[in-house]
Design a protein around this ligand. Structure first.
Ligand code: FPP
Length: 251
């Protein structure tokens, strides 16, 4: 990663961008290479994208690296992904720190090897005080898992008398999620048009940009297209255009 100078925010930039990084396998297969070759180049695209997002002044970037369902892939591919994940965390940690990027791994990390869990703890501890962009890497993550975890935590607290069940509202639930910010722009690469159990609660009002680019080819220019798409949308949050114009005039 190069040194990143956060530009403090272009106009109307999405605060929280989430990305479903799809197409590594197809990218490799198109070149007659093994799928892991696609994942390795996908890790390069992750590095480029983190840098580009920070430079553009995005505050939160959440990347879907490994879903709860990805364990069903061939053992050899899962093992290669775990190795790549571990290598990338170790390699990128010092640069993330230098660039003031707070890095958090979200998902059920208890299923990972002890070594990988330790590396996750290390990168999180190293960057805990960073105040720039917040990078979340979703690993062994599922949107339903996230909501189930919140439900369990709130039920336990209620049973222990620590929280009044009648006080639980949408904000309470959001604040307990492993990614406690609404997504403004969701990008999915690789041509598919699905949410795939990513940030289900958090994408409620997200603009969704589907890109045909395969993830290893993703770069700042493609990110810019997603941001331009976001800027071109009118976010009504259930209101009508006229109300938004009145609101803008009052602000
Ligand atoms: C989807 O492509 C990609 C994945 C399941 C893994 C994502 C991993 C990376 C981008 C690399 C490592 C990431 C980090 C954070 C170090 P696919 O294999 O489903 O592609 P396909 O649809 O073409 O088969």
């Amino acid at each position: 990663m190069q040194n990143v100078i956060n530009n403090g925010g272009e106009a109307n930039i999405p605060r929280h961008v989430a990305i479903i990084m799809d197409g590594n396998g197809r990218w490799a297969e198109a070149q007659g290479k093994p799928r892991i070759f696609g994942h390795r180049n996908g890790a390069e695209a992750v590095r480029r994208t983190v840098e580009a997002a920070a430079q553009r002044g995005i505050k939160f970037l959440t990347l879907f690296a490994f879903s709860s369902e990805n364990w069903k892939r061939p053992k050899i591919e899962v093992a290669a992904l775990m190795r790549l994940f571990s290598e990338t965390l170790k390699k990128e940690a010092p640069r993330l720190k230098e660039n003031n990027i707070k890095t958090v791994i979200v998902g059920d990390t208890s299923r990972f090897s002890e070594t990988l869990q330790r590396e996750i703890d290390e990168i999180q501890a190293l960057t805990v005080d960073c105040t720039g962009m917040e990078l979340r890497i979703a690993a062994n993550y599922g949107g339903r898992w996230d909501i189930a975890m919140v439900t369990k935590a709130l039920a336990l607290k209620s049973a222990m008398g620590l929280i009044d069940p009648s006080s639980i509202d949408e904000e309470t639930i959001t604040s307990y999620l492993s990614v406690p910010e609404n997504v403004d722009l969701l990008i999915r690469t690789g041509g598919e048009k699905r949410i795939s159990n990513f940030l289900l609660w958090q994408v409620a009002y997200a603009e969704i940009y589907f890109s045909d680019v395969l993830w290893p080819d993703f770069d700042d220019a493609e990110l810019a297209k997603g941001i331009d798409f976001f800027r071109s949308r009118e976010r009504r949050f259930g209101m009508i255009s006229e109300q938004l114009r009145d609101k803008d005039n009052a602000d």
